[in-house]
Structure formats: C-alpha cells, structure tokens
Design a protein around this ligand. Structure first.
Ligand SMILES: Cc1cc2nc3c(=O)[nH]c(=O)nc-3n(C[C@H](O)[C@H](O)[C@H](O)COP(=O)(O)OP(=O)(O)OC[C@H]3O[C@@H](n4cnc5c(N)ncnc54)[C@H](O)[C@@H]3O)c2cc1C
Length: 441
C-alpha cells in the first residue's frame, strides 16, 4: 500500500503521523515493505509554522524556532520525501506527474496543498519591492528589503496585513497602512474593537489611511517608488506589502475532475468524490454533519485535525472529522486577542451581541489559562444565543478564553445566566467567571 501526500504543511504531516499510528514503523530487520509513505512538497523549507512567520518578521522568533518537528522526529516517521511540484493527477493510472521528475504512483492520495495569497492585481504589482507573506521565502524576501528609515505601504484589512505592518515597523520602517473601509477588520471586530486596534497602531507610529485604495504601484528603474491611490493622492514608498485574502489551491483537483466548490469538496471522512483521494487543510471544504454545510477553514488547528483524520481514514480507520467551533488566538497591534466561535457580523440576525470592558474578578479566575497580564485594555464580547453562547472575543487578559472555549464548544446551557448577561452594563466577565467556577465545583 502506497500512501502519497501532496503538501508538506501541517495537514500533510499530521496525516503521516496518523498513518503511522496505524502502521507503525517496522522494527529494524523485519519486513515493513507493505506500507510506503511518500510526501511530495514544493516548499524548500519543508514543514514550518506559517503563523510563526509574523513573529519571525518582528524579530521575536529566530527562523530555527519555526520548525514544529525536529529532523529526528520526522525521520522516525519513516517516509520518503520528494522535493517538487505535482503538476497533474492521473486518476485512471493512480499516478502523479511531478515537474521534471518521474511519475509517482499511489494507492491512496491526500491533497494537502493549502491556500495561496490572492495576487495584487493593479498596474505595477510586478515591480521589485512588492511583497506578500505566504511562505518562509516571502518572509526572508521582506527582511532583505526592509530597511530602517525607508517607507512601506501596507495593503489589506485582516490579520496578515496587520502582521506585515507591525513586522515592518519593528524593522524601523515608516509604515502607511491603507484600509479600504472606515475601520480595521470590520467583518469580525465591532467598532470599539477596531478603534482599540487602530489607536494602538497609531501609537506605535503607523499612519492609517481610511477609505484608501491603491490603484497603481509606481516604479523607478524596475523598483517601487510609490503608490497611487483612488483619491488621486500618491504616497512615496520603497516597499508595498499586501495581504488581501487567500484562495485554496484547487487547480490540481479541478484538472483531475474532482468535485470542487470554493475548496475541494470532501465528506466528513475527508474523502473526495474519488474514494482513493482525500483532501485536508486549507484546500479542503469539509462537510460538517452538525450544520449540514461544507465549510472552508483557513486555520492551523483545523488543518492539523483534518490532516490527522484524513490519515486515519486513508489507512482504513473510519473517523469522522467533526469541526470544533473556531478558536483562534492572535495578536492585534500587540494585544492578545482570542476569537471563539461566531463573532462576525451579518449572517446571524437572531443573535444578541454584548460587549464590556475591563472588570476585576474574572482576571483572578484560578483554573484557566495562564494569563497575560499588564494590558491596559481588557475587553470581552459575547454572542449570546437562545440557550448557548455562540461566540466570544477576548481582548487583552486571557483568563476567560479557555473557559469560554469550553462553554462554546460544549454548547453548555447558559439558561442560568442568560438574563443576567443581557442586563445593560452587566459585568459579563464576572458572570461568566462565576458560572464557570460553579460548574467546576
Ligand atoms: C502569515 C500567516 C499567518 C497565519 N496566522 C495564523 C494564525 O495566527 N492562526 C491560525 O490558525 N492560522 C494562521 N495562518 C494559517 C495557517 O498557517 C494555515 O491554516 C495552515 O498552514 C494550513 O495548513 P495546510 O497544511 O492546509 O497548508 P499549507 O501550510 O499551505 O501547506 C501546503 C503545502 O503544499 C505545498 N504545495 C502547494 N501546491 C503544491 C504542489 N502542486 N505540489 C507540491 N506541493 C505543493 C505548498 O508549498 C505548502 O508547502 C497563517 C498563515 C499565514 C501565511
């Protein structure tokens, strides 16, 4: 049985770990020839933490700290690595074409090729000095070009754009940050949260431009020299960094005739419409039996969990992947922020959203996550459903994030506290903390 995995990201590696949990590496001298695992990846740096790239940019992490597995740990999983790009899946032959290399046959295939940054499609976007943050190579390119005293323009409204702005700022560049709308990340954060982030950015020295859209990158001798905005203004700069969204890499699947929508469609066993081909991670749009919908996730933990479940299923142990509510810890302008479950605006009209600022008691909650203290901002926002909490944003002090994750992912009945939470100006942090403590005792 030959298992082939395309993509050396977290989904691909987790799949190998799962396959090895069922087919352990045979002891030396015994015949283990019946199971082969082959990993084909086109990233010369192999398996590393892509979320960690932001900390590498700011200089908080050395590139050596970005590798979640040591060479020895990977070696123990006993798989063959082919460095190269898969260009075609030949389903009838159960084989793959790899650029410049012999074809590779498979019995079971996992497509774990992730998502890629959307390109900046304006004139001048191909000039030297226009950069994105997708791979390790991008991060190294940015570091080469980021020089003290020079000026950067950052384009994009989400976390990665913010990470770019902060990374360049920490390299002592002057940073202009262009926001298309009237505030930062408005489809996830509420007005107050956006303003908290923006104020902190401004305090750090970032120049914010609202309602600003780049329409052209201007160059001199092939290099960036400025950005022209829709309002006619031109900003002189030496670097343009953009993060305007991502797109699952569905080309291989499309060419192979697999079912795709926004990502590769897979059932709860991560299996495509071809029973020998699986997909996991950022590229997969997985069926969620709980909601009856196919969902695209673009986060590290779901990618790992999907990869692991896919590996088990490939090796014959039927295991459904059940999506947990999203739980994402990130840092927005230096402020630790946890986003749990549903928090965005728009879809869920029947939800009640409440948000409150600082409060003392919940910072002393004994059994929760290690707190990051010393913030001057602490803010909690809850999305209160009929009987359960559906989402939360915890900014600053993190003592409540793990209890809230448990309450939200466990669909805990909050009837005892729902009314109290909805009283205007209620100390919602305290109420949640007491509720959690009473459940634990
Ligand atoms: C800058 C940045 C910050 C992020 N921050 C966070 C965060 O704070 N929290 C969070 O949860 N997530 C974050 N993410 C997202 C997270 O990194 C991804 O969800 C996760 O890495 C997805 O893993 P994956 O294995 O599906 O895909 P990937 O990690 O993208 O791995 C896919 C691999 O397949 C390779 N590949 C693609 N096509 C081919 C081919 N044809 N042949 C061979 N190989 C191929 C790619 O080069 C890549 O190495 C961040 C991502 C980035 C880029």
């Amino acid at each position: 049985m030959r298992y082939v995995i395309i993509g050396s990201g977290v989904a691909g590696i987790a799949a190998i770990e799962a396959i090895r949990s069922i087919h352990p590496v045979p002891a030396r001298g015994t015949d283990g020839g019946e199971v082969q695992i082959v990993l084909i990846g086109d990233d010369p740096y192999g398996f590393y933490s892509r979320p960690g790239l932001a900390y590498y940019l700011t200089g908080e992490l050395h590139d050596k700290a970005l590798f979640p597995r040591t060479a020895e740990e990977l070696r123990k999983l006993d798989f063959r690595v082919i460095n190269g790009r898969v260009t075609r899946i030949l389903r009838a032959e159960h084989a793959l074409e790899v650029e410049g290399q012999p074809a590779v046959s498979y019995d079971r295939l996992l497509i774990a090729v992730g998502a890629q940054a959307l390109p900046l499609e304006i004139p001048g976007a191909d000039l030297e000095g226009v950069v994105k943050l997708d791979h390790m190579a991008d991060a190294k390119r940015i570091l080469k070009q980021a020089r003290r005293g020079r000026t950067a323009v950052v384009v994009g409204g989400g976390i990665t754009a913010l990470e770019l702005a902060e990374g360049l700022l920490s390299r002592r560049m002057k940073v202009h940050y262009l926001l298309r709308g009237d505030r930062y990340w408005s489809n996830v954060l509420d007005e107050r949260e956006s303003r908290i982030v923006e104020r902190r950015l401004q305090e750090e020295g970032v120049t914010l431009h609202h309602h600003a859209e780049a329409i052209e990158v201007i160059g001199r001798n092939g290099k960036v020299s400025g950005v022209r905005l829709l309002n006619g203004e031109t900003l002189a700069c030496d670097l343009v960094a953009y993060a305007i969204g991502i797109r699952p890499r569905t080309d291989l699947a499309k060419q192979a005739g697999l079912a795709i929508d926004r990502g590769i469609l897979v059932n709860e066993y991560l299996q495509t419409n071809d029973p020998d081909i699986f997909a996991a991670g950022d590229v997969a749009q997985a069926y969620d039996p709980l909601s009856g919908r196919s969902i695209l996730d673009s986060l590290w933990t779901p990618a790992r969990q999907q990869g692991y479940a896919a590996g088990l299923n490939m090796a014959g142990r039927k295991t459904a992947y059940i999506k947990a509510p999203p739980f994402n810890v990130t840092r927005l302008a230096g402020l630790t922020t946890t986003i749990i479950g549903t928090v965005g605006r728009g879809r869920d009209d029947d939800l009640v959203g409440i948000a409150r600022g600082d409060s003392e008691t919940w910072r002393q909650l004994p059994d929760s996550m290690v707190a990051q203290t010393g913030f001057e901002v602490n803010r909690l926002r809850l999305l209160v459903g009929e009987k359960t909490l559906l989402g939360a944003i915890v900014m600053g002090d993190q003592k409540l994030s793990l209890p809230l994750e448990n309450i939200i992912s466990g669909s805990v009945d909050i009837t005892p506290i729902r009314e109290k939470l909805l009283i205007p100006d209620a100390r919602i942090g305290d109420i949640v903390a007491e509720f959690w403590a009473s459940r634990k005792s």
